[in-house]
Design a protein around this ligand. Structure first.
Ligand code: SF4
Ligand code: SF4
Length: 137
């Protein structure tokens, strides 16, 4: 990892738990077999039953299903703007907004900020070393 990246001085972010990144446009929250097992355990369900109830398959991968509301498309586990499986949420959720696509450029980061109120000049500074840890996790 280069030390001269545009965010070497850190970036400002603190999750407000607004739930916005769990709803909006349709998309995919991908889950690995390990994450599926953790989610099934959190819900006290057999893995096969969990897969049938909560997952869809695309290109040999599993993703969480979504539910349509009047105004948006929500993750199936979003309820009252909160994640109901928070402790077992997949890596894709745990690492947002520290995704490579958001960090490739300042423009990418600003784009992510449009859908995430936690990315804000008022938020605490997250140091570069911590960002790198999240990227590599
Ligand atoms: S949109 Fe941003 S601030 Fe809101 S829950 Fe997601 S990560 Fe947190
Ligand atoms: S699993 Fe939880 S954190 Fe991830 S998208 Fe669904 S509601 Fe949001």
């Amino acid at each position: 990892m280069e030390d001269n990246v545009w965010y070497k001085d850190g970036l400002r972010f603190k999750c407000t738990e607004c739930g916005q990144c769990c709803s909006g446009q349709p998309g995919y929250v991908w889950v690995t077999e390990e994450e599926i097992a953790a989610l099934a355990a959190a819900l006290h369900m057999p893995i096969d039953a969990f897969k049938r109830k909560y997952l869809r398959q695309k290109n040999n991968r599993y993703a969480l299903i979504e539910k349509r509301t009047q105004s948006s498309t929500d993750c199936i586990f979003l309820k009252d703007k909160k994640c109901t499986v928070y402790m077992a949420r997949p890596k894709q959720c745990r690492t947002f907004p520290w995704w490579q696509e958001n960090l490739n450029s300042k423009e990418g980061w600003n784009l992510a900020a449009q859908g995430c109120e936690g990315i804000s000049e008022d938020a605490p500074l997250v140091p570069y070393t911590q960002i790198i840890q999240m990227l590599r996790s």
